[in-house]
Ligand binder design. Structure first.
Ligand SMILES: NC(=O)c1ccc[n+]([C@@H]2O[C@H](COP(=O)([O-])OP(=O)(O)OC[C@H]3O[C@@H](n4cnc5c(N)ncnc54)[C@H](OP(=O)(O)O)[C@@H]3O)[C@@H](O)[C@H]2O)c1
Length: 329
């Protein structure tokens, strides 16, 4: 079968190469999936650059955590899944849970064999391409808004940038009746975010002190929820942008350290910060229910062909995208 591998010790996108592997056979409780689409996340760039958790890869690894396809065969003892079913894989697999696409082999392959517990039915209105965007970015956004301090109608949600996680946060927050403030480096992307339902927009390049704008838009209070995707470069602003008893969902590492990281600005407001690592299968099921009931459609920027996977990586790296980048397989 055709796959891509990130080679051992890879430190750049040059480490992504085409390869052939034997098609796996499903063992007991396993399901063979013909993968139809996979999506990229920021982490996949980190993996190929040797910058993900654990450093450069110690063995050749099929990349990408996120993929969807149809059941090709089932092993002994599999219940509830049959040949032809449309399925999406959970980000974490097994016990102890490990992530697809590093350290486990991932979804940029024609076929994958997974334990039946690591698969979920695709929401009925979604295509393979759309379903492939969910496991990492959408589950993370769902976790940020529904665990910890739960989003309520009328809350203000601040989300940073217009990448995959941020646009899911925008859509899910609007679905929950919240008011959404979104930032971007691009006025054009902010316009598109408004069309998607954003109430307020801030260009963070033009307004590096964007926390001030957030306070201005919230009567001096700050946001109830901050979807913190920038990491150490944006945290100082997020500390100041969060409101009384608000929550910062600590998710991303898009930026390098910049400014004073001391969290004292949060202390006086009784705000909290909650670390997030994607989310478990139960959260993914709750997300899928919400997608079904509300008809949410993931925002896909571009679908690349399997042969153009390297191009897809370079496109994500260039940060021109709005939402998700997908590879059809
Ligand atoms: N903890 C977890 O479980 C978890 C799960 C998923 C993702 N993440 C992390 O969350 C972050 C986002 O992931 P993703 O896959 O959604 O990324 P992505 O789709 O590649 O998003 C990239 C976008 O982030 C925005 N951005 C870059 N620098 C920014 C800054 N200084 N301020 C605000 N926005 C900035 C840019 O938006 P504009 O072009 O609009 O400026 C850029 O296009 C990454 O750090 C990723 O590692 C963590």
């Amino acid at each position: 079968m055709n796959v891509y591998e990130v080679v051992t010790g890879s430190t750049s996108i040059d480490g992504l190469r085409r390869a052939e592997r034997a098609r796996p056979e499903p063992g007991a409780h396993e399901v063979l999936v013909r993968v139809r689409a996979a999506s990229l996340n920021f982490r996949d760039i980190a993996v190929v650059r040797g910058k993900y958790i654990g450093g450069p890869l110690r063995h050749d690894t099929i990349p990408l955590s996120d993929g969807a396809g149809e059941v090709e065969a089932v092993g002994e003892g599999v219940e509830g899944l049959a040949v032809g079913d449309r399925v999406v894989a959970t980000f974490m697999q097994g016990n102890p849970p490990l992530a697809l696409g590093s350290p486990l082999d991932g979804m940029l392959t024609e076929y994958v064999c997974l334990n039946a517990n690591g698969l979920l039915p695709i929401p009925s209105d979604l295509s393979f391409e759309e379903a492939a965007t969910l496991p990492c970015a959408a589950v993370t956004a769902w976790n940020a808004l529904t665990e910890g301090k739960t989003v309520r109608p009328g809350d203000t949600v601040l989300t940073l940038g217009t990448g995959g996680v941020s646009l899911f946060a925008l859509q899910l927050a609007r679905m929950a009746g919240a008011r959404v403030i979104i930032t971007s480096s691009s006025d054009d992307k902010l316009e598109r975010a408004r069309a998607l339902g954003a109430d307020e927009t801030i260009n963070y390049k033009r307004e590096p002190d964007w926390d001030r704008a957030v306070r201005g838009l919230t009567g001096g209070q700050g946001a109830d929820h901050v979807i913190e995707l920038g990491g150490s470069g944006t945290l100082p602003n997020s500390y100041r942008a969060v409101g009384p008893r608000g929550e910062i969902a600590l998710i991303g590492v898009l930026t390098l350290p910049d400014g004073d990281l001391s969290p004292h600005a949060m202390m006086f407001k009784g705000a909290t910060m909650r670390g997030i690592f994607v989310g478990d299968k139960a959260l993914f099921m709750g997300l899928n229910r919400a997608i079904e009931v509300n008809g949410l459609k993931p925002v896909i920027d571009t679908v690349f062909d399997f042969d153009d996977a390297v191009e897809a990586y370079n496109y994500l790296r260039s940060a021109q995208h709005f939402g998700k980048v997908v590879i059809r397989i």
